[in-house]
Write a protein that binds this ligand. Structure first.
Ligand code: MSP
Length: 557
């Protein structure tokens, strides 16, 4: 921990360990990773947390179905998750598992605190439960959805009275449309209802807490509809954290899971008090739109009850859809991330999802669109710029960054345009990242890629090289002027490439670092002073420029 730097703490949801990661879970993780990398480049002390939600009935059921002990099962899948994140170049700082000893201790400590303060009490629960979603559904959530004529309502909590039982008809989950299970047992409850007014006031006073706007409205109307106390324990689920004051109950998996965010920041851990003060509250919780209520209703209420500050922002992204349907393991339409990495490369993969899907909305993804983005933006615009420019530097300037004589103002008008695009980029890109607009940030950077390509076309280095070598009728003076201009043009274009590498490193770290290496520079993904380093004219003359293999070999459709 570097206390002098400002903290930027961001999290992904912790994923259920019922199967290996798919494109949906990888999507959140990649988006968070790009933000973590970008903030590190900007000089923040970043804590990027991801991990696994290992307890609960759903994971236990998956382990049972596989004939495995739950701990062995989660241990094995944890290896698979880490391996996928390694291949996708995910730069997490901690990979938390809810079976970790520090986490179990924090969950118990927090539960005890809330029990002692009277925020947790014993009651009885009977109602419908969705096992795959580990979600309690209140009767009013199920209205109009008997036997699964689902209305698309998403996620919910809330324990309630038994009048939700509809004889022997089993309603389907309004979210995932699978049959619900009737649960009747003595449970411990969290006094969520007591925090309704506080939460509404809080959201009012902190308009940025929930994003995007549509999700904020959805949460507000849900809260206004009335909050019910939440069952936070299960009497017959073994695979969970026992309550400290009543070991016959295990903690409801969502209660256990949400707390991971403060465990990793150091909450209630002797010796980590200062760190916790530095890290908490988090800057962003990334979540999918299906789990917004857990993060924007239950979580803030729990934190407030425990006397802790609320995270700055919860941002919900949309679903990845294939042919209009949510991609999920249970629907059998989930693609394995590594299949796409093999085809598009890790950076081609990362770029596509952040560029083509507008973050916060659902996004249809398809192979054709992916090939189109890859060939158009990456192979043609960016890859080609680097390869033809570096080849020209090899041919006309012995593979070294030319010394243009130091006077950039002597460059012609097109050069000035290129510089202008580059110079305004820092603020424009930052504004996009501040609103989690990845596609916007990449579009801004592409303005520079395109401007550099145009610049080469317009200033035609190949013609300048010909004049410089005396291969035309112009005199010696013309040749000297053309040689100087050729150096300026190549320098300016190389400088644009260096700056593009810096700005693309958050999304495409491997390629950006490779471009820097070919320019004899330190890796773009390791910098912590983007504002200074993205200033124009910092590329040292004389550096060797290596051509290398194409960055993004063209794909056949
Ligand atoms: N374990 C809980 C989260 C606890 S966080 C304290 C959970 N896990 S999950 O594995 O089911 O889902 C994790 C995330 O993956 C959710 O944010 C969900 O929205 C996201 N995705 C799952 N399928 C998705 C798509 N098809 N598209 C985009 N993201 C989706 O919920």
């Amino acid at each position: 921990m570097t206390a002098a730097k400002e903290s930027f703490y961001l999290t992904t949801p912790i994923y259920y360990v019922n199967a290996a990661p798919h494109l949906g879970t990888a999507y959140t993780t990649i988006a968070a990773d790009a933000m973590a990398r970008y903030r590190r480049q900007c000089g923040y002390d970043v804590l990027f947390l991801t991990g696994l939600d290992e307890h609960g009935q759903k994971v236990q059921a998956a382990a049972n179905a596989a004939g495995r002990d739950p701990q062995d099962w989660v241990d094995a899948l944890a290896v698979d998750f880490r391996e996928v994140w390694r291949q996708l170049n995910i730069s997490y700082d901690r990979f938390i598992r809810t079976t970790d000893a520090d986490h179990t201790a924090v969950v118990r400590a927090l539960a005890q605190k809330l029990y002692d303060s009277g925020d947790i009490y014993k009651g009885s629960y009977h109602g419908w439960y969705c096992l795959p979603d580990e979600t309690y559904w209140a009767p009013n959530d199920l209205e109009g959805t008997p036997q699964g004529a689902a209305d698309g309502t998403e996620g919910a909590d809330g324990a309630d009275s038994a009048d939700s039982a509809t004889g022997d008809r089993v309603p389907l989950c309004p979210d995932c449309h699978r049959p619900l299970t009737w649960v009747e047992e003595e449970n411990y409850f969290f006094r969520l209802s007591a925090y309704q007014d506080w939460l509404l006031d809080y959201c009012e006073a902190h308009p940025d807490f929930i994003g995007p706007e549509t999700r904020r409205n959805e949460v507000l109307s849900f809260v206004r509809g009335g909050l019910k106390d939440l069952s936070i324990s299960r009497a017959n689920v073994d695979w969970g954290i026992p309550l400290p004051w009543d070991e016959s109950h295990t903690m409801y998996v969502w209660f256990d899971a949400l707390i991971n965010y403060i465990t990793a920041a150091g909450y209630a851990q002797p010796g980590r008090e200062e760190e916790f003060a530095h890290r908490w509250p988090a800057q962003i919780h990334y979540v999918g739109k299906d789990i917004i209520r857990f993060h924007c209703v239950i979580w803030p209420a729990l934190l407030h009850a425990a006397g802790l500050p609320i995270p700055e922002r919860v941002f919900a992204h949309g679903f990845l859809l294939t042919r209009g349907e949510k991609m999920s393991k249970s629907k059998g339409n989930a693609t394995r991330p590594l299949d796409l990495v093999e085809r598009f490369g890790v950076d081609g993969y990362r770029y596509y999802f952040l560029r083509d899907v507008s973050f916060g909305q659902d996004g249809n993804i398809s192979d054709e669109a992916m090939v189109q983005r890859y060939n158009g933006d990456l192979a043609n615009d960016w890859g080609n710029l680097v390869s033809r420019l570096f080849n020209m530097v090899g041919k006309y300037r012995d593979g070294r960054v030319p010394d243009y004589g130091g006077d950039m103002t002597a460059d012609a008008a097109e050069g000035a345009v290129l510089r202008d695009v580059a110079c305004g980029l820092y603020d424009r890109v930052r504004a996009c990242y501040d609103r989690l607009d990845y596609a916007g940030a990449l579009t801004e950077v592409w303005e520079l890629v395109k401007a550099a390509n145009r610049y080469l076309e317009e200033s035609a280095p190949w013609t300048l090289a010909k004049i410089a070598s005396g291969g035309t009728d112009g005199g010696e003076q013309d040749a000297r002027a053309a040689a100087l201009r050729l150096s300026q043009v190549l320098y300016s274009a190389l400088e644009a490439v260096r700056i593009v590498a810096l700005y693309t490193a958050a999304v495409m770290p491997a390629t950006a670092d490779e471009v820097c290496a070919r320019l004899g520079l330190a890796p773009a993904s390791a910098i912590d002073n983007l504002a200074e380093l993205s200033a124009w004219g910092l590329l040292p003359a004389g550096n060797e420029v290596r051509v290398g293999d194409p960055l993004f070999p063209r794909l056949e459709k």
